[in-house]
Design a protein around this ligand. Sequence first.
Ligand code: S3P
Length: 450
Amino acid sequence: MGCQGQLAMHAAPIPLTARRNGPLAGRARVPGDKSISIRALLLGALAVGETRIAGMLEGEDVLHTAGALRALGAHIARTGERRWQVHGVGVGGFAEPRDALDFGNSGTGCRLTLGTVAGCPITATFDGDASLRSRPMRRVLDPLERMGARALASAEGRLPLTLAGARDPVPIVFKPPVPSAQLKSATLLAGLSAPGETVVIEAGATRNHTEKMLTYFGADVQVDRLDDGGRRITLVGQPELAPRPIMVPADPSSAAFPLVAALVVPRSEVVLPGVMMNPLRTGLLTTLGEMGAAIDALERRNEGGEQVADLRVRAATLRGVEVPASRAPAMIDEYPILAVAAAFAEGVTVMRGLKELRVKESDRLAATAALLRANGVTAEIEGDDLVVQGSGRPAGGGVVTTHMDHRIAMAAIVLGFASERPVQIDDGRFIATSFPGFVDLMRSLGAELS
Ligand code: S3P
């Protein structure tokens, strides 16, 4: 599984240091999309028959989700390099697990499985690592309890918690209190077991992989665009899901790291093939374009139901911009690396409406500001906004605390590839949750990382 897979096995933290080297050059494929890999396992587990997945992300979050689905009765096997096979149990067919389900660091795996278990007449205990235990689950439990599931959890609904699925789930109309694909997906997955229509009305459109994959597996899902930019998703319950082959495209949220590295390391030119271009995931590309980045989307094509392109990126001089809050759902995981790009830009970058970053794998708003400040960059949190003063070339020289957060770790490393002095992170192990092989891939492009 490469370098990062092994890093994750270590009990002790693994510090990493990134320093300036020559230009980055070459072609490198980043791993498969995390959101799609997790959904492929889940829908495969709910389909009757065999689902074959190619290009699977073999990261820790996906492996933990696979382990949980096995404990719930699905047969899941790795048949080759990034090739997996799932024999599902049918909608509502999960078996009661003997032990607590361990989702490690994976919020998506945990929340989507909560939704699925809510529609089965079984009881299961959900747990994860210290980061996942600190994240809010009440927001997911609320709709699931309205559908008839019962949760044994603290008022805040933190892990570990026990969920008793509904014997006779009822369909609901749910308006998520925050824009969240995980909340939407958990409700739709529970709705699979309910008779009639489960409806999710989201104020701002979030990633639509669950809706698309449900349709692909034969469920009746209708998506209506609302005048205010939101969407109404209507799922007809109790479908028979038919297994379909899945090809997982390269993850745009992982591509973001070598992409920004190539932008800020002088004279670089890098090609990242097969990156998913789903418009609900490309907010970072829009923003970097406004900042003056030179990114070409070549060979646009359709792969496995998603648009993909080969991204060619060249080093560029960036300028500060204002990023509207309305763009946040389309780039929610990309703010740490955007903040690093902003540190290399000329002028101020204002990123608005980042409240949700406070409840990611870490308090990402605070961790991003701290990572910049530790390296001589002026960064302020003003309410829910992050304001970064670009300086052309940050000083670096800092030691960054990563708080069990893969994206903070990778963002800090990218800063170190182009700052005056090296950047150290306290722990590289969590990079393997989403981007196994990150260290090897960056080195293959010419980066210096020890
Ligand atoms: C994800 C949704 C997002 C994102 C996460 C993956 C998904 O979370 O941050 O990394 O696959 O549905 P929210 O739905 O909580 O915003």
